[in-house]
Design a protein around this ligand. Structure first.
Ligand code: GUN
Ligand code: FE
Length: 417
């Protein structure tokens, strides 16, 4: 359990609004029952005499949120990235995911994955497992044991994939329902409905998953409009639907319950306004955009249209679990978009930081900020506070050049991990 009262003292910085820092130098942050109570320059009378975690001279920032990652692709990072999406899936990803038939293999890889998440300062993640029930259970257990906040998805696929990953449709749906019933009551690690993407799904599977999502009011995650060949394939496979997103929408997998869609690179104006209207969260995965030569998500355009946006590592199409790296690359890619189209203003560091904390965190509830009532997910970062830099400059420098070894404290929902 989170300790009832926790008080930290240090240099506090977070983004309560897109692009705006709140800065509290040398201040006290009071946490009660895992939630932020307030930030004070002087410690109020009622809290005096209680123990203070003295982090004077250290930065205290919200933990990072990874809104799209594949735990089962951890060992695959860096492989086959000369290919585009569909070849990469067939040559590398599907064979690697096939190995998760073995719970021994899964136990090893998922433990390494969870350790690396923690090392990189990620405190919440939306995670894809594989189709394999027992290995998925292990993934839940390992994340729970580590104290990480997560949504974990059993991947569903029943078409257009190798036989060793192809599920029987009704068994896939039954396994999904069984797993979610087992884990629905957990507070930090919860189930999420996870059709891999439209091409590896029959309409029957998508219809069943949409029904389960609505019946249990469960969130959904999948991939959308990542690659041009993928999009053409969806058009062939689902000729009755106007566009890619209409496939998910038709089956109640597009905002009927909270929904994450990774990539969203090649979207029409109609698709973007549908996402905004239905509050579907677009997950920007910059490394993956580049590694698989998929394209560049038009993050500014989506934000301007009112779409909620978060950041993801998307390993193994991405090669790193570092969310600070994703912030930097999202900013850099937004500059490429700007150079091509000057109506798409580049993202600022404060905007990138917001996407990686409160933006993505909002999918988990009150997460990713230090406003009152927010879950206390935080990192304590050692840096040189004695060199006359402003707090904002110190944060900028950490995001661009920081090392995981500088993270000296990690809290998730008020619990030190
Ligand atoms: N689309 C369908 N499956 C995947 C996957 O595993 N990674 C990425 N990047 N895109 C996908
Ligand atoms: Fe992905």
């Amino acid at each position: 359990m989170a300790r009832e009262l926790l008080i930290l003292k240090g240099d506090i910085i977070f983004t309560p609004m897109l692009g705006e820092f709140a800065i509290h130098e040398n201040s006290y942050l009071v946490v009660q029952c895992g939630k932020v109570r307030g930030i004070y320059q002087m410690l109020p009378q009622e809290y005096q005499g209680l123990g203070v975690e003295d982090c004077t001279g250290d930065l205290i920032i919200p933990g990072f949120v990874d809104l799209h990652t594949h735990a089962a692709q951890f060992m695959q990072r860096g492989f086959g990235l000369d290919m585009e999406l569909l070849d990469w899936l067939n040559h590398y990803t599907f064979p690697e995911e096939g190995k998760f038939q073995s719970t021994d293999y899964a136990a090893k890889v998922y433990a390494l994955f969870a350790e690396e998440l923690i090392k990189q300062g990620t405190t919440r993640a939306a995670v894809f497992g594989t189709i394999h029930q027992q290995s998925n259970c292990l993934l839940f257990q390992i994340l729970v044991r580590k104290g990480i906040g997560a949504y974990v998805g059993k991947v569903n696929m029943d078409a257009n994939c190798p036989e060793f990953l192809k599920e029987n449709t009704s068994e896939s749906l039954a396994a999904t329902e069984k797993l979610l019933c087992e884990w629905a009551g957990n507070t930090l690690v919860k189930p999420i409905i996870t059709p891999r993407f439209a091409p590896t799904s029959t309409g029957t599977l998508l219809a069943g998953l949409g029904e389960i999502a609505v019946k249990y009011n469960l969130p959904v995650q999948s991939h959308l409009a990542e690659n041009l060949s993928e999009i053409a394939w969806v058009r062939e496979l689902f000729p009755g639907q106007r566009e890619y997103h209409n496939v998910y929408d038709y089956y109640n997998l597009f905002g009927q319950t909270p929904t994450l869609m990774a990539h969203c690179i090649h979207l029409s104006a109609d698709a973007i306004s549908c996402m905004a209207r239905q509050q579907v969260v677009a997950v920007h995965c910059p490394d993956s955009n580049l590694n698989l030569t998929s394209g560049i998500m038009p993050a500014r355009k989506l934000l301007q249209a009112g779409v909620r946006v978060g950041l993801g590592s998307d390993i193994g199409a991405g090669h790193s679990l570092s969310i600070p790296e994703a912030i930097v690359k999202a900013i850099q890619l937004s500059k490429v978009n700007f150079l091509r189209d000057n109506s798409q203003k580049p993202l600022t560091l404060a905007e990138g930081f917001y996407l990686a904390t409160k933006g993505g965190g909002s999918f988990f509830g009150k997460v990713g900020s230090f406003e009152e009532g927010y879950a206390f997910d935080a990192l304590v970062i050692k840096d040189r506070a004695d060199l006359g830099l402003s707090l904002e400059e110190r944060l900028q420098r950490f995001i661009y050049t920081g090392e995981p070894s500088q993270i000296h404290g990690r809290y998730i929902a008020g619990k030190k991990i």
